[in-house]
Design a protein around this ligand. Structure first.
Ligand code: NDP
Length: 427
């Protein structure tokens, strides 16, 4: 069933915050000064987690750290917990608990392990939660933070792709504020404050085009993991870097934008912009287009969310347009990058199609990184999984986390079963 976005329900907090900001700008209402804010970092040891920690270190006294989490990296998690003075450190992989406990010996930091411990970290009373766990594993903890009405800085996109309608409805019902961290959505969020929401005609997400932007189709199919992990402009974790190379990342971002901003699929556009300086644009009814620009450094959008509703300083390189000299834009090529087309189709189909797309993509990326699937096999596996799930009628929109995780699980199984055939065809 096609899902209709309802801005009033989906993102009232975002809409309200934009109004508050507009009022503050107009001098109608002074921007509230933030008091020391307690924060939790889900996915603290990753790329986004580290950039967030870097900002926290630069503002001693302005933030306190409630909890930090990781998957397996107990050593890095313990170091971060000690350094940031966290109260609670949780590791998802229970086999890493002993190491975490011993690394935290002699401190008062509470240690815990297992998936439920990550949810517990999200439930602890921090005002602000960075959701930066990779993949669908982020869904339960991020939802737990939203359900207690926290301000959620949402870096993870898979949880909106996997269960966006559900997530945004629960967030709104529980008074949570969702702030977009993803650079493109953060840019759009900033640009949206230039006008009324009803006057928005469309939004445009920019895409760097990834490392294979100019390669011919045949060459793209055979690229190596090492080549795919070299992003031309951004430094990110491995999953999102591979997604950027296939352009699946942009497809996931379209679905993310649909849920965050309550816009219809035909109001969402993508343009390839290799310099990654313009991050997102909003076109208003009168033809005005408002863009946000900046160096490609995630500390800018993270800081925007961290200091919300004011701004804070960051060490990100200042933008020097004369040095950049040229900004170029081109249409995305859906033939060489079919993942973007698949994501658009899943968005249009609605229901569970985006959940299946995301799960199949996670399996495909994992298999590519393990060198069991060619690069060209990534979209092929996603397409085959989507087709099979649709033929089986497994397409109803998940109404609960369990249902979403059930669809996710089934789609992973389908993808794993299809893998040998697709890998043989692609190679
Ligand atoms: P990383 O791979 O660098 O870090 C992921 C973090 O999540 C690590 O702390 C990791 O722990 C933890 N983690 C991974 N799997 C699990 C799991 N199953 N259970 C609990 N914790 C887990 O990712 P990024 O920081 O690059 O990205 C995080 C999210 O933000 C992704 O959804 C990505 O799409 C999104 N994003 C990232 C951007 C970027 O610039 N990096 C830009 C925009 C969005 P451990 O270290 O132990 O493995």
């Amino acid at each position: 069933m096609k899902q209709k976005p309802t801005m009033a329900k989906i993102a009232p907090k975002i809409a309200r915050k934009i109004e508050v900001k507009a009022e503050s700008k107009a001098g109608l209402k002074p921007a509230p000064m933030p008091s020391p804010r307690s924060v939790t970092l889900l996915g603290a040891t990753g790329s986004i987690g580290s950039s967030t920690a870097d900002l926290l270190r630069r503002e001693p006294g302005r933030y306190t750290v409630e909890a930090v989490t990781a998957h397996r990296n107990a050593g890095a998690l313990a170091r971060l917990a000690r350094e940031l003075g966290a109260r609670f450190a949780a590791i998802a992989d229970a086999s890493a608990f002993r190491e975490l406990k011993s690394e935290l010996a002699g401190t008062s930091i509470e240690a815990a392990a297992g998936e439920q411990a990550i949810v517990e970290a999200a439930q602890r009373p921090a005002d602000w939660v960075m959701a930066a766990i990779t993949g669908a594993a982020s869904l339960a903890p991020t939802l737990a933070a939203a359900e207690r009405g926290a301000t959620v800085a949402l870096a993870n996109k898979e949880c909106l792709v996997c269960a966006g309608g559900l997530f945004m409805r629960r967030a709104a019902a529980n008074g949570a504020t969702v702030l977009p961290v993803d650079s493109e959505h953060n840019a759009i969020f900033q640009a949206m404050s230039a006008g009324r929401r009803d006057d928005i005609r469309r939004i445009i997400l920019t895409a760097s085009g990834g490392p294979f932007r100019t390669l011919p189709l045949e060459a793209i199919r055979k690229v190596t993991v090492e080549q795919a992990l070299k992003h031309p402009t951004w430094s990110m974790g491995p999953k999102v870097t591979i997604d950027s190379a296939t352009l699946m990342n942009k497809g996931l971002e379209l679905i993310e934008a649909h849920h965050l901003f309550g816009l219809t699929p035909d109001q969402l556009d993508v343009v390839v912009h290799p310099q990654s300086i313009v991050h997102g644009l909003v076109e208003f009814r009168d033809g005005s287009v408002i863009a946000q620009l900046g160096s490609p450094d995630m500390r800018i959008p993270i800081s925007y969310c961290l200091a919300w509703p004011v701004r804070m300083g960051t060490p990100a390189p200042r933008l020097d347009l004369a040095r950049v000299a040229t900004l170029t834009f081109e249409e995305p090529d859906m033939v060489r990058f079919p993942a973007l087309k698949l994501a658009r189709q899943a968005l249009a189909a609605g229901g569970a199609a985006p959940t299946v797309l995301n799960a199949a993509n996670e399996i495909a990326v994992r298999e590519f990184v393990a060198k069991r699937l060619d690069f060209g096999g990534i979209p092929a596996l996603v397409e085959a999984t989507l087709e099979l799930a649709q033929r089986r009628g497994e397409t109803a929109e998940p109404q609960s986390v369990d249902e979403a995780l059930g669809v996710d699980h089934n789609a992973r199984t389908l993808a794993a079963n299809l893998l040998p055939e697709i890998a043989a065809m692609a190679s």
